[in-house]
Structure formats: C-alpha cells, structure tokens
Design a protein around this ligand. Structure first.
Ligand SMILES: [Zn+2]
Ligand SMILES: [Zn+2]
Ligand SMILES: [Zn+2]
Length: 259
C-alpha cells in the first residue's frame, strides 16, 4: 500500500496569503503546505481522502491518472472545495465518481454542488455517485475500510483505517470506542495544528499525548498551520518515531489484509 500526502496544511494553507512570518517566507519546500488530503493506493485501487481547494493542483503535481473513489472526512470547505475538478476523471474514466460520506457530508455536498444534482443538469458538470456511510465498516472494490468517528469540536468527523494504516484529520477528541478500533494500527496520521490550544484541533502537545495512547510504530502529523513553526526545527523536537508530514511525502505501508 502506498500513501501520498497531497496536502498537509490547515484550512488557509501555508504560506498564508499576506503573511510575512518566517514559516510563510521559508524556502524549505516542506514549509509549503496545500490543504490536507491523501491518496491511498492498494490492490490496484486509487482512493483520495478529501478534495480541498487545491485538489486540481495536487492531481497535477502527483500525476494522478486514476481515482476509483473519493472518501470525505467531513464537509468543511478546506476538505470539499475542489470537487468540481473531478470532471477530469469523469471524462477519462467514463464513469460517475463514487463518493463516500456520512449523511451530513452528502447533504452538504448537495448544497455546495447543487448544479451537479439538478434534474436537467447542464452537460460537463461533475458526475458523482453518492455512497452513504456510517460507522459500519464497508468495502470499496474489495478493499475493507473501517470508519473512525472522532470529534472536531461539536462536529462528527470520520477518520479511516485501511489495514494497519490510519488517517485522522480535523479532530480534537477521539472517543474510547474509536481508540479500540485503532488497536494494532502501525502507521498513524493525525492532525497537529499548532503549539497553542485550539478550539477544534489537537495542538502539538495533545497530538503527542494521543500518540502515547495509541502507540503506533510511526506517526505523521498533518493539517499543520504556519504557527507550528519551521518544519526542520519542529521535527528536531519530536520523538524518533513521530514525523511532520509534508506535501509529496510518500509512505510505503506493508499491508496486513486481514483486519
Ligand atoms: Zn480542515
Ligand atoms: Zn505565516
Ligand atoms: Zn474541519
């Protein structure tokens, strides 16, 4: 299984428009962060989790030739705003794009992309095939996926586990029932926004506490703000098995199929 970080930044991305802080001025490519999203490739399948406003740019950068399904964690705009560009895949693959989300996510997509759901739709609109999920495990073309309910202040968000790989973004609370589902996960991706407390995201300290609880072999932090600091400097402070993700980072995850 291969995981590619399409974006590792918080809702505004890094650099932030108009900001002149040292992170936003940094020449280190790892300090340039598009909005958070990953591609997961396994068993001849290519899945994308979230399509933020940088979706088009991310698809071009990583030369993504095929997407078999899109999974949504939640319906905040920094995770959904790029979905119109799925049209490229509708044309290439000659199919409606299967989209997976909870009831509230699918309802929000119907509002944001109302033109894609009109009866007498204009030609050339994005073509979406909505699939409703809840916390019940589901499979896409033979790949088993475990949804992981977490909380983002008051908003329920889904993380996803595939085999021994887990992706959780936009959380500031993980209930015990979800922690149980994380048992044995080897590679964890978790959001860590900044150093200061935040109302709806784990900060660095809280994310490290979660890592201590979950005990994966390796952890990658994502959904990072310019306020966290320079990539190279923050990385030096972290435990040896915890890393800051960066855009374009690829992970080879040995897949345990029977989970
Ligand atoms: Zn977000
Ligand atoms: Zn800045
Ligand atoms: Zn969010």
């Amino acid at each position: 299984m291969k995981v590619t970080f399409l974006g590792s930044g918080t809702s505004q991305g890094v650099p932030v428009i108009g900001c002149t802080c040292q992170v936003c001025r940094s020449l280190d490519f790892r300090d340039n962060r598009l909005r958070a999203s990953i591609q997961v490739e396994l068993s001849n399948q290519s899945f994308v989790i979230d399509t933020g406003p940088d979706f088009r740019q991310q698809m071009l950068r990583e030369r993504v030739k095929r997407i078999d399904a899109i999974l949504f964690t939640h319906a905040h705009r920094d995770h959904t705003a790029g979905l119109d560009d799925v049209r490229a895949y509708n044309f290439m693959q000659k199919m409606d794009m299967p989209v997976y989300g909870t009831q509230s996510v699918l309802e929000q997509l119907k509002v944001e992309y109302a033109y894609a759901f009109m009866k007498d739709a204009y030609p050339g609109i994005p073509r979406l095939l909505l699939n409703l999920i809840d916390e019940t495990p589901f499979s896409i073309n033979g790949v088993n996926i475990i949804p992981l309910p977490v909380m983002h202040l008051r908003m329920p968000v889904m993380g996803f586990r595939v085999g021994n790989f887990t992706y959780i973004t936009d959380a500031n609370f993980i209930p015990d029932s979800t922690l149980e589902k994380l048992e044995g996960t080897e590679i964890l991706v978790l959001n860590a926004l900044q150093r200061e407390q935040h109302v709806s995201h784990f900060n660095l300290q809280e994310a490290l506490v979660m890592v201590e609880k979950i005990k994966p072999q390796k952890t990658y932090f994502t959904h990072i703000s310019h306020k966290l600091g320079l990539h190279a400097e923050v990385q030096k402070e972290l435990p040896s098995d915890v890393f800051l993700a960066y855009d374009g980072l690829q992970l080879d995850v040995p897949l345990i199929v029977n989970r």
